[in-house]
Ligand binder design. Structure first.
Ligand SMILES: Nc1ncnc2c1ncn2[C@@H]1O[C@H](COP(=O)(O)OP(=O)(O)O)[C@@H](O)[C@H]1O
Ligand SMILES: [Mg+2]
Length: 232
């Protein structure tokens, strides 16, 4: 059975892409066949007149560079704002169906598929659709990336609660960038959220995929990552 993981964050800019690149690379090193997805990306860059979703491109590169960008990213928009607004700004309405079919397609013929969300779980994609609605319908289980800072217990517990309310299975929480001070984030989230902590990832000193994978291999719970929880 294909393991299907959806990486969300407690916020934008918390390390979803870094974590997803690290996981893809580490899964490949384990000999797994892996596909990636970044179904919706706003803030795509214009390069030589073409719109390039850079997160999607980073995931394609981490996964071996075989997939075409259009198989990884269903919607990309230039404005660096919430997807519902970025889409409206170019007279588009994001629909669930192209995203769900992209996720299904990427799950075919591989051991594991890993998708990166946009922003956090309750980011709106249209006036009628939240990213959480997509995840709930996709059959993917959730990895929550949270910055290991003061305030993260609350933001992570809220994300866990929103996922549970929609029946989204939880794989676990990754605390990103272990701080010098002890904040009790992992223990408090595990206790109050009744949710596995996959590990605390330190700040990387090198940004290449292999270095990120080595950090993930050292600091994350691989047995848990490779399970496909059916319930939250
Ligand atoms: N563990 C880490 N070590 C070093 N830099 C990190 C780490 N996690 C995130 N960053 C940096 O923080 C910024 C935001 O991370 P990113 O993965 O792009 O966030 P998101 O995908 O959630 O928006 C990037 O510049 C990234 O390189
Ligand atoms: Mg990202």
């Amino acid at each position: 059975m294909t393991i299907k993981l959806f990486v969300t964050g407690t916020d934008t800019g918390v390390g979803k892409t870094v974590v997803t690149r690290a996981l893809i690379t580490a899964f490949l090193k384990r000999g797994l066949k892996v596909n990636a997805a970044k179904p919706v990306e706003s803030g795509a860059e214009r390069v030589d007149g073409r719109l390039v979703p850079l997160d999607a491109l980073a995931l394609v590169r981490a996964s071996g560079g075989q997939a075409g960008l259009k198989n990884v990213c269903a919607y990309s928009f230039p404005d660096p704002v919430s997807p519902h607004l970025a889409a409206a700004n170019v007279n588009t309405t994001i629909q669930a169906e192209p995203i769900l079919s992209l996720l299904n397609q990427q799950a075919k013929g591989v051991d594991l598929v890993i998708a990166e969300g946009a922003g956090g779980l309750l980011v709106p994609l249209s006036p009628k659709l939240l990213m959480a609605d997509i995840v709930a319908q996709s059959g993917f289980s959730l990895i929550i990336v949270a910055p290991n800072v003061l305030g993260t217990i609350n933001a992570t517990l809220l994300t866990i609660e929103a996922a549970r309310q929609r029946g989204i299975p939880l794989n676990g929480v990754i605390l990103n960038r272990t701080p010098e001070t002890e904040l009790d984030n992992a223990q408090a989230i595990a206790r109050h959220g009744q949710c596995p902590i996959l590990g605390e990832l330190p700040t990387a000193t090198q940004d290449d995929d292999q270095s990120l994978a080595r950090l993930a291999e050292e600091w994350l719970d691989w047995d848990r990552l490779l399970t496909n929880p059916q319930t939250g």
